[in-house]
Design a protein around this ligand. Structure first.
Ligand SMILES: *Cc1c(COP(=O)(O)O)cnc(C)c1O
Length: 232
């Protein structure tokens, strides 16, 4: 618990430092604790330390974990991984924000399920800025179509963009990826789309992401250092 608290404090301090360097306010950046590598017990401990935003990348595992954790007042589950259309029904039992919308077919499936559940589901569009083949997310050229499709879906609420930077040895190398996402957001905001959120930055690069305008950072590894046995 102490170690978890220390890790959390360190991450919060580094976010604060990045905010200060960029002239931003700390409360503009939300920490989403990505718990995909840890069990329900650590989710509960994070909750006790004040964390309310929990990220997972697999639907079934998240549902199982959530069941173990039990009702925690005010917790919001974030889907940060690739979402398959056949998992949408289950996903909407749990998640309050989908970070990873990456096709018009997924949008159709989400709209249908959100309508059935009488929800207005907030979503982000994942953009593959780096163009890596291994990455999910739409090409920047497809943004027009995808944003338009979400906007015309009555039960979906467009909230912003998300991206993942490539793995790098020096976090500074991720800066162009994050600044490109910010510029794309600005461009489409000017066209009238509502895009307040930029979900970008993980353990390797969250400070750079915050300097470039992230409003949500998705962090796992840095929170759980020293808690997962000798190898971490
Ligand atoms: C695992 C994961 C994260 C967190 O990554 P860390 O390097 O452990 O901080 C963030 N975003 C997505 C989409 C992930 O799958």
């Amino acid at each position: 618990m102490n170690r978890l608290r220390e890790n959390l404090e360190e991450v919060m301090e580094r976010i604060a430092g990045a905010c200060a360097r960029a002239g931003r306010k700390e409360d503009e950046v939300m920490l989403v604790a990505v718990t995909k590598t840890v069990g329900a017990e650590l989710v509960r401990k994070l909750y006790e330390l004040g964390i309310r935003e929990i990220g997972e990348n697999r639907v079934q595992e998240a549902l199982r974990k959530a069941e173990f954790v039990g009702e925690l007042e005010g917790v919001r589950w974030h889907m940060v991984g690739h979402l398959q259309r056949n998992k949408v029904r289950h996903a909407l039992r749990l998640f309050s924000l989908i970070h990873s919308v990456d096709s018009t077919r997924l949008i159709e499936a989400l709209q249908k399920e959100a309508e059935k559940r009488e929800l207005h589901l907030p979503v982000l569009v994942e953009v593959n800025v780096s163009g890596e083949q291994s990455k999910f997310g739409i090409a920047p050229e497809a943004l027009d179509e995808v944003l338009n499709s979400i906007s015309s879906s009555e039960n979906l609420k467009l909230r912003g963009l998300m991206t993942m930077a490539p793995l790098v040895d020096d976090p500074e190398k991720t800066r162009p990826i994050f600044s490109t996402l910010r510029k794309l957001r600005n461009k489409y905001a000017e066209k009238g789309y509502d895009l307040p959120e930029l979900s970008m930055g993980m353990t390797q690069d969250f400070e750079v992401a915050v300097e470039e305008g992230a409003t949500m950072v998705r962090i796992g590894t840095a929170l759980f250092r020293g808690l997962l046995g000798w190898c971490s």
